[in-house]
Write a protein that binds this ligand. Structure first.
Ligand code: NAD
Ligand code: DAU
Length: 336
């Protein structure tokens, strides 16, 4: 059995990871440490809660004493760090918690993992650390880091720290950098769930700027399969980019959602742009495809349909968010 500390496992990608991997592997014992911020939701893990190889612990990755206690109690030898403040717009409104969790929290995990001589430490990072692209080119693993938002700069800091632990102490650190995910259980502050839910409620769909910013979309299950491949087979000290080569302009995504739901494009409302808004992201995933044999298994068309249908069928999941205590986290509008 591998005792794996998964942090941030009640969030969007982490909960999908746990639900997926417990179906695939009976040699993984998952200890999920999550602070349950507004973005974490224990309900995402209903499918896994009675699994004998799964345990949930509420706590902060930045609490070094508590983290040490968990490593000791569960004899942790493997770490996958999903925990983060993840929303760019929120980092623009206030950056402190981003650096506290994404940088100092990661430092606590790395220091504790070093002390307990872990065998694998996978840091879940993002393509946003590379900055923004013009109309041509893609991000490869050797693209220089050039983060533009408080969020992406906090993630880049964590990446550099993790790599420094590999170089200095020989720690078995790996990093994945993925493009924009979509799928079940994504908090409706992010583009796709926000637009689906607004459209379902006949509310305006706020498109930042000219709507022509490009993101490279991947289904969360494909991301998680790639994560596990890197976790199992990746070379320590290395970075792996993950992406499904599906670039879309934001306005194309918004129109596609409206069309799928049979709603009018009159719901689209162009609003003030995100400050410092990155224009285009695109991932070159040749390395993980060539070295580890990964490739995405879902087409964009089938996975976006599954995703939209999930939000239609799981109204009780998102209704609690948009009308409950987390209402304030739902949609950010920059002042003109
Ligand atoms: P999310 O915001 O949905 O979930 C984050 C989770 O971390 C939540 O469950 C939250 O409660 C938990 N958390 C936050 N602070 C914590 C702390 N101090 N201690 C313990 N738990 C804490 O995020 P997500 O979209 O699932 O992203 C997961 C990871 O993947 C992040 O590291 C993010 O940077 C990275 N990533 C996300 C995307 C994307 O498109 N969403 C793409 C590439 C990489
Ligand atoms: O690329 C990976 C990153 O993708 C992850 O590291 C981040 O955690 C994740 O949040 C995501 O960042 P983005 O900023 O690209 O995602 P978001 O869904 O916030 O926005 C996608 C695009 O849509 C972006 O160009 C801004 C635009 N947008 C977003 C919202 C929320 C709008 O036009 N209107 C909106 O209301």
């Amino acid at each position: 059995m591998k005792n794996i500390l998964v942090t941030g496992g009640a969030g969007f990608i982490g909960s999908n990871y746990i639900n997926h991997i417990l179906d695939e592997r009976d040699d993984y014992n998952i200890i999920n440490l999550d602070k349950l911020t507004y973005a974490g939701n224990i309900e995402n893990l209903k499918k896994s809660e009675s699994n004998k190889n799964y345990q949930f612990i509420k706590g902060d990755i930045g609490n070094s004493e508590f983290v040490r206690f968990i490593f000791e109690k569960y004899k942790i030898k493997h770490v996958i760090n999903f925990a983060a403040e993840s929303h760019v717009d929120r980092s623009i409104l206030g950056s402190e918690i981003f650096f506290r969790t994404n940088v100092l929290g990661t430092n606590v995990l790395l220091e504790t993992a070093r002390r307990f001589e872990v065998e694998r430490f996978l840091q879940i990072s993002t393509d946003e650390v590379y900055g923004s692209l013009g109309e041509e080119g893609k991000f490869s693993e050797i693209t220089p880091l050039s983060p533009n938002s408080p969020y992406s700069s906090s993630k880049a800091s964590a990446d550099m720290m993790a790599l420094s632990f590999y170089h200095t102490y020989g720690m078995p650190v790996l990093i994945t950098r993925c493009s924009n995910n979509y799928g079940t259980f994504q908090f409706p502050e992010k583009l796709i769930p926000l637009m689906i839910i607004n459209a379902l409620n006949d509310k305006k769909l706020p498109v930042y700027g000219d709507g022509l910013n490009v993101r490279d979309w991947i289904y969360v299950i494909d991301h998680n399969k790639a994560i596990n491949l890197v976790f199992e087979k990746g070379n320590i000290g290395e970075v792996y980019n993950i992406g499904a080569s599906r670039e879309m302009k934001n306005i194309e995504i918004v129109k596609l959602i409206l069309k799928h739901l049979g709603k009018s494009e009159e719901l689209i409302q162009y609003v003030k742009d995100r400050p410092g808004h990155d224009r285009r992201y695109a991932i070159d995933s040749t390395k993980i495809q060539t070295n580890l044999g990964w490739k995405p298994s879902f087409t964009f068309e089938e996975a976006i349909t599954k995703t939209i249908d999930w939000y239609i069928e799981n109204k009780q999941w998102w209704e609690r968010i948009i009308s409950g205590e987390y209402r304030q986290y739902y949609s950010i509008q920059y002042k003109s």
